[in-house]
Design a protein around this ligand. Structure first.
Ligand code: HEM
Length: 273
């Protein structure tokens, strides 16, 4: 194998220990690696109304999925996916307990539409990650990573399909929005995984402490919810208004499915045969 040396090539330094001991350093590294930039922030700010319009449908679809298998549905009874105690009667989507939890997921998704240029945004995502790993003293919650990763992938897929099939948004805006959301979801994925993986465990004593208010729906902040209406209406997109999301009755997870035109070629595929 041949190596080419470039003596003057600039090289960024990343402090390994800081990745495990300082949340800000970890976020800076991930944002830089994923090239999460001002273009992504702009896309999210401009597109937040489209995301908000989708939230009620996304929440319903996610809970439908989580209640489909006993291993995930059981967690709403036991708070622990490793606890295989048989459950006599599983909650349904209409159970008050599930309705309440749907509200938490709605708050979370609304929070995802807030300002990612603030460190507080990432701290919140980190707390959500931590609270699923049985580290809270009261009301401990243990959701094993396999379900978290699958669920994040599922959420990403719903957003991708829904936004890409939006009837009136231009392709560049759809693309920008889907890319920005994907980057956030991948950083959220890291902020779930980092509580589970053993990398950097030699720094365990120095890992920054996070104090989480154990009251439900609060997660260490006064109030997560800024805007109580998750189904914010959207009045000005590229052509006209977007339909606010409701659960589709068809098998498709896409709230815009009925309105979607046949998929057109995107730039990346154009010209390739
Ligand atoms: C994949 C991404 C996920 C996100 C972003 C997420 C987010 C959240 C949030 C924001 C809360 C409420 C926190 C609060 O008290 O304010 C919560 C609680 C909870 N989550 Fe998740 N979650 C995810 C995956 C899962 C999965 C896969 C399961 C089950 C298999 C699950 C089960 C629960 C349970 C049981 C609670 C506690 C609800 C309660 O205290 O009544 N979560 N989650």
């Amino acid at each position: 194998m041949e190596f080419t040396f470039e003596p003057n090539r600039p090289m960024k330094h990343v402090d390994r220990k800081a990745l495990y001991t300082r949340l800000e350093a970890r976020i800076t590294y991930l944002r830089d690696f994923l090239d999460f930039n001002s273009g992504d922030v702009e896309a999210l700010v401009a597109g937040s109304k489209y995301i908000k319009a989708l939230i009620p449908a996304v929440v319903n679809i996610v809970y439908k999925k989580l209640l489909e298998s006993d291993i995930t549905a059981r967690a709403f009874h036991t708070r622990d996916t490793a606890d295989e105690t048989p459950v006599e009667e599983f909650f349904t989507e209409d159970s008050p307990q599930i309705q309440r939890r749907k509200m938490f997921l709605r708050w979370y998704l609304i929070k995802l539409c807030s300002d990612p240029s603030q460190m507080e945004f990432w701290r919140y995502l980190n707390k959500v990650g931590m609270m699923h790993t049985a580290q809270e003293r009261l009301y401990s919650l243990n959701i094993e990573y396999i379900h978290i990763g699958a669920c994040l992938g599922f959420i990403q897929d719903i957003f991708t399909e829904a936004l890409m099939s939006h009837p009136h948004l231009s392709l560049p805006r759809k693309t920008a929005l889907v890319r920005a959301i994907s980057k956030i979801i991948w950083i959220q994925n890291d902020l779930f995984a980092k509580w589970r993986i053993r990398d950097g465990e030699e720094y365990a004593d120095e890992m920054s402490e996070i104090i989480v208010d154990e009251k439900e729906g609060y997660l260490g902040e006064k109030k997560i919810l800024g805007d109580s209406s998750a189904s914010a209406s959207s009045s000005e997109d590229d052509r006209s208004s977007v339909h606010s999301g409701t659960v589709p009755s068809s098998t498709s997870a896409c709230p815009f499915a009925d309105l979607a035109k046949p998929a057109s070629e995107t730039k990346i595929w154009a010209g390739s045969n």
